[in-house]
Design a protein around this ligand. Structure first.
Ligand code: URA
Length: 433
């Protein structure tokens, strides 16, 4: 078999066989297929797409490129959730303790942020002492004993994705449905959970900019999950503006704490309760969504959910006092107010630009090697639909850097102020089961 023929076949819009896909993934992971040929194939896939069966074969070939996690030592049905990535997305921080409060085992593998999107592992590391690299045994013991654990992805899980994702990042081939679907689902399958709830984001801060594309991605991933015997549900949620009011790391932890105390913003509370309810239904604890949601609302009201977050922080080596003393979290030296130049109503906020501005303040990484400043971030004082007079504060930038001109310009330009009040998008677009 020759890589040249595989590229040519896909370039001509033909369907690749299982053997051809395996040849590509194995050869690229081992280093016998060079970046330039892999890039050419990725671009051909970008333009010509892949059938459902090709996407499923690609996913399995990626799973088989490395180790897989065996969670059979965990009692009960294990649920995981995954977001396709957004700005201000702290839903995992909320749903892990929330679902675990109902006694459902949550075995969560998470990633780090890159570019304008944040990562749950980085956010948790802003809590002093919190360990995100658990050994396999610690992970399993914590889920068995406390019904929850979160860990960064282990070294050799889906090595094909690590190489391919880095290559896609520099060859403008990230936003391809079969490539995103196989990248996400291969990691979820290799991580060993029985059930997966996918949060597919749509809008200016997401990879999928239109609702139609988001549905297609959601359907593709749900089909892959089903074909590999994993119960999978996708929830399509809004990312046309940042989620909640905080974008960063330690400030997002504070906002997640607020939701678990029952004082969260409407958008985050609704998205978190929806994702958590489907996790509870797939985990077998409830027959229907409404009963699951009522039970979850009750664990927030009773204080069980916030106590569970304290426990999660404690068992992973962090200081649980942060839940009541947020000043323990890293604080930035400078707080810069970005003020509106004109009056009117906030018509839209470009979430990707807010993510980029936060990254420039130190809250994210431009390259994988960058270090994160956990105290850096943005507080959104105005959101879509809000009235804004000239001189009103739109957002506040938190940073330890002195030169923030570019971040300020980008944050201001992200706000589109119009003369009339627009309707706020719905938080949840739909469910794919
Ligand atoms: N998240 C992933 O893990 N992979 C993608 O391709 C896109 C988002």
């Amino acid at each position: 078999m020759r890589m040249y023929d595989i590229i040519l076949k896909k370039r001509n819009g033909e369907e690749l066989t299982k053997e051809e896909i395996q040849f590509f993934i194995n050869g690229y992971t081992e280093g016998t297929i060079p970046d330039y040929q892999a890039s050419a194939l990725l671009m051909a896939i970008y333009f010509k797409g892949m059938s459902k069966s090709e996407t499923a074969e690609l996913t399995m070939a990626m799973v088989n490129s490395g180790e897989t996690v065996d969670l059979t030592a965990i009692k009960g049905v294990k649920v995981d959730k995954h977001s396709t990535g957004g700005v201000g997305d702290k839903i995992s921080l909320i749903v892990i303790p929330l679902v675990a409060s109902l006694g459902i085992p949550v075995a969560k593998m998470s990633g780090r942020g890159l570019g304008h999107t944040g990562g749950t592992i980085d956010k948790l590391e802003s809590i002093p002492g919190f360990r995100t690299e658990l050994t396999g045994d610690e992970f399993i013991d914590n889920v068995n004993n406390y019904k929850m654990a979160i860990s960064g992805q282990s070294g050799n899980l889906v090595p094909a994705d690590k190489k391919l994702y880095a290559l896609r990042d520099v060859t403008a081939t990230i936003d391809s449905i079969p490539l995103i679907a196989s990248s996400i689902m291969s990691k979820k399958i290799a991580s060993g959970a029985d059930c997966i709830v996918l949060d597919v984001k749509v809008g200016s801060g997401a990879f999928m900019k239109s609702v139609e594309e988001a549905y297609l991605l959601a359907e593709t991933m749900v089909e892959i999950g089903k074909s590999l015997n994993r119960k999978t549900i996708a929830v399509v949620t809004d990312m046309s503006q940042p989620l909640g009011h905080e974008v960063g790391n330690s400030n997002e932890i504070i906002e997640a704490i607020e939701v678990l105390k029952g004082k969260g913003s409407k958008d985050e509370t609704q998205v978190a309760l929806t994702i958590a309810s489907y996790m509870a239904v797939l985990g077998g604890a409830f027959e229907d969504f409404e009963k699951a949601q009522a039970a979850l609302e009750e664990v927030i009201r009773s204080g069980k959910a916030i106590d569970k977050l304290k426990l999660l922080i404690q068992i992973q080596g962090g200081n649980p006092d942060v839940v009541d003393k947020i000043e323990i979290l890293p604080q930035a030296k400078y707080h810069i107010e970005v003020r509106s130049k004109k009056g009117g109503y906030v018509n839209s906020i470009d979430a990707e630009s807010i993510g980029i501005s936060a990254m420039l303040l130190g809250a994210g990484r431009r390259t994988k090697e960058d270090r994160i400043d956990f105290s850096a971030g943005i507080s959104m004082k105005k959101k879509v639909g809000d009235k804004s007079n000239p001189g009103d504060i739109l957002c506040v930038l938190h940073t330890n850097l002195q030169n923030t001109g570019e971040a300020e310009r980008i944050a201001l330009a992200a706000y589109n102020i119009g003369n009339s009040r627009v309707k706020v998008n719905k938080y949840i677009y739909g469910i794919i089961q």
